[in-house]
Design a protein around this ligand. Structure first.
Ligand SMILES: N[C@@H](CCC(=O)N[C@@H](CS)C(=O)NCC(=O)O)C(=O)O
Length: 215
């Protein structure tokens, strides 16, 4: 193994890292595994990522694998400083990490609650419906907050950078998640424009097309 391997699965949170890896311009071997077929629970995969989740960034050399989206984003940004995944200046970098952490926490404490409601309530459909409703309200509130912050920034990006950053990629994904929950987003014009901007970055467009092709 001479180059990093990104283990991911199409149309999952791994898509976020796939897009960040594409935006980095680094030579990364992107490998898709099927969660439906349980490929993330095989002994071979668990040896790479004992959490049994995607995404995972397996580095060549020392047998190290990085997991968790903000950590993978940081590694990619460090390895590809000109990519703009994170600003170079310490303050900009900290703000970039702040937004990555915000998106990551929202993913766990809002969107996952809706996506996995039945699993989280042990199969209780009434409780799951209540959880989904709460999560949907929380999702809308999170998006309204992000919209207001984005409106204050220049360049239509969450850090005010000219390049699309890892935080922008994560925020655009949060907006897509909201679409799956049928959260109204028509009035969120800055976020919608950000989603369009992110998807138009040629390397990210290619990553999106690749996932659509695989299915
Ligand atoms: N905190 C992790 C979340 C990873 C995660 O939950 N991945 C999901 C796909 S969206 C997964 O692999 N699920 C498989 C399972 O839990 O069995 C991250 O930041 O990457």
């Amino acid at each position: 193994m001479t180059r990093p391997i990104l283990w991911t699965s199409t149309h999952t949170s791994g898509t976020i890292v796939h897009q960040m890896a594409a935006a980095s311009g680094l030579d990364i071997d992107v490998r898709f595994i099927s969660l439906r077929q349980g490929e993330h629970k095989t002994a071979d995969y668990l040896a790479i990522n004992p959490k049994g989740e995607v995404a995972a960034l397996q580095l060549p050399g020392a047998g190290v694998t990085i997991t968790e989206i903000p950590a993978m984003a940081l590694w990619l940004a460090e390895a590809a400083p000109a990519s703009g995944l994170l600003p170079i200046d310490p303050l900009g970098r900290a703000k970039g990490m702040e937004w990555l952490a915000w998106c990551h926490f929202r993913m766990a404490n809002t969107f996952t609650l809706a996506f996995q409601a039945k699993r989280l309530t042990g199969g209780d459909e009434a409780a799951a419906a209540a959880l989904r409703a709460t999560a949907t309200t929380r999702a809308r509130a999170a998006l309204v907050f992000a919209e207001a912050q984005l409106a204050k920034q220049s360049n239509g990006t969450i850090l005010g950078t000219t390049q699309v950053s890892a935080a922008d990629i994560f925020l655009a994904a949060i907006l897509r998640f909201a679409g799956f929950l049928a959260v109204p987003t028509d009035d969120l014009t800055h976020l919608t424009a950000l989603g369009t901007k992110v998807a138009a970055v040629p390397a990210i467009a290619a990553a999106i097309a690749r996932e659509q092709e695989i299915g």
